[in-house]
Design a protein around this ligand. Structure first.
Ligand code: EZ4
Ligand code: CO
Length: 417
């Protein structure tokens, strides 16, 4: 009987072996964590490792536990390294672990593209469409001012806009406030407290969409983020009340730990449902997808295990008429956006890509080849992902502690934010 000699670590001086990996933490307007992997041949690849409000947990996970295991490994064995980090941790899944795995995976796809001399989307099967349709965020304190926000997106060529406004009777709410193009909820070192009222919210939102539809007509695609604040029955009621305004999706209607909860929403409304920005593995959406309880799965490269695992989720989704709708808020770095666009352009079941613009400082720290035109984003045509981190510029922006807010009901009870 012959035994196959394990070749999982190749210590020869082959050029594709990993010789260096470092974690770069920078704050060009907001915090980002980036992993940069280098091979013996001098090729480098980058991966986003940013977990908003918990950045240093992932940075430490990578630096202390992952980087030492990467040195000497063959960078071209993307699937094997993924499995090694997933199965080999013993403690599976969770946002910190899966974000760390994602960073490694993304950087390895970048390197493989450079070895092949091809943009990553070519390695994923090539182009399935001409451009990646994106949606922007129209945020404003009231309905009147949100109408002009939407109009400015339409003028820029957007075909899809997410609409959020302040809620009469509530001082502040998710999705509103700060700079217009750069909405950033992680607004203080320690969490700020918001006050929430489901009653005020459910009264306001249908009125808002009635005005928006009346102003913009039937074909502009409209979206809304509930941000996990309702119960299934409340979400069912909201979905029903929004049916006349034909939303493209109602996002995160309820917290999704209980996947079965979506069945109740589904039974009551034809408003499409999107969910998944906080998911980190295929197991978080297996029931939602296979029972056809959702229409869009919004998992991302950075928080759902990288390109390798995201592709697996989207392939499962394709079997059940579920399309992609990846999260793309400002806390996902340009490295994540670059990677997302390669996936988006290649998969058969692409739906929409969220696109919140980064600040000029962030764009400078992360030079990238993707670009926006007429409502579409286009992936870079350079080999690999077509994005990098300028480490000198990154060093000018040291880490600043920042937390996401928390939410309480009017009587003080903690609520989902
Ligand atoms: O609150 O990314 O759809 N987008 C969102 C985001 C999230 C932030 C949290 O880090 O819900 O604005
Ligand atoms: Co969201």
């Amino acid at each position: 009987m012959t035994t196959i000699k394990s070749t999982h670590i190749n210590t020869s001086s082959r050029g594709v072996n990993i010789v260096n990996a470092r974690v770069i933490v920078t704050c060009p307007g907001r915090n980002f964590v980036t992993l940069k992997i280098e091979t013996a041949d001098g090729l480098t690849g980058v991966g986003d490792a940013t977990l908003n409000g918990r950045e240093l947990a992932v940075a430490a996970y990578l630096t202390e536990h992952v980087v030492p295991m990467l040195i000497g490994r063959d960078a071209t064995r993307i699937e094997d390294i993924w499995q090694f980090l997933y199965k080999g941790a013993y403690w599976r899944r969770g946002p910190v672990t899966m974000t760390a795995i994602a960073a490694v995976d993304t950087a390895l796809w970048d390197i493989k593209g450079k070895i092949a001399g091809l943009p990553v989307y070519q390695l994923l099967g090539g182009r399935s469409r001409e451009g990646v349709t994106v949606y922007g965020h129209a945020n404003a304190p009231d309905v009147e001012s949100v109408l002009s926000e939407i109009a400015s997106y339409v003028d820029l060529g957007y075909r899809a806009v997410r609409v959020q406004t302040g809620i009469p009777g509530l001082e502040s709410t998710y999705g509103v406030g700060g700079d217009k193009m750069f909405y950033e909820p992680a607004d203080a070192a320690l969490p700020t407290e918001n006050i929430w009222s489901t009653e005020h919210y459910l009264t306001h939102v249908p009125k808002m969409f009635a005005e928006v539809r009346a102003e913009f007509g039937p074909t502009l695609r409209l979206l809304h983020d509930v941000h996990h604040r309702l119960t299934p029955l409340e979400a069912a009621r909201l979905g029903r009340s929004l049916e006349p305004y034909a939303l493209t999706w109602m996002e995160d209607p309820v917290p999704a730990e209980l996947q079965e909860g979506f069945r109740l929403i589904r039974q009551h409304t034809t408003t499409p449902i999107a969910v998944g920005e906080v998911f980190n593995s295929i197991w978080d959406c297996q029931e939602l997808i296979t029972s056809q309880l959702i229409d869009y799965i919004r998992t991302t490269v950075v928080h759902a295990g990288g390109i390798t695992h995201l592709r697996r989720i989207f392939d499962l989704a394709a079997l059940y008429h579920v399309r992609s709708g990846s999260h793309g808020a400002t806390d996902l770095s340009p490295v994540c956006m670059a990677a997302a666009l390669h996936v988006d352009i290649a998969i058969p079941n692409f739906g929409l890509q969220e696109y919140m613009r980064h600040t000029p400082e962030t764009d400078e720290v992360f030079p990238h080849g993707y670009w926006f035109e007429g409502g579409y984003l286009h992936p870079s045509e350079e080999p690999g992902l077509g994005v990098d981190i300028d480490e000198e510029k990154a060093a000018r922006y040291p880490y600043r502690p920042a937390s996401l807010p928390v939410n309480r009901l009017q009587d003080g009870t903690m609520h989902s934010w």
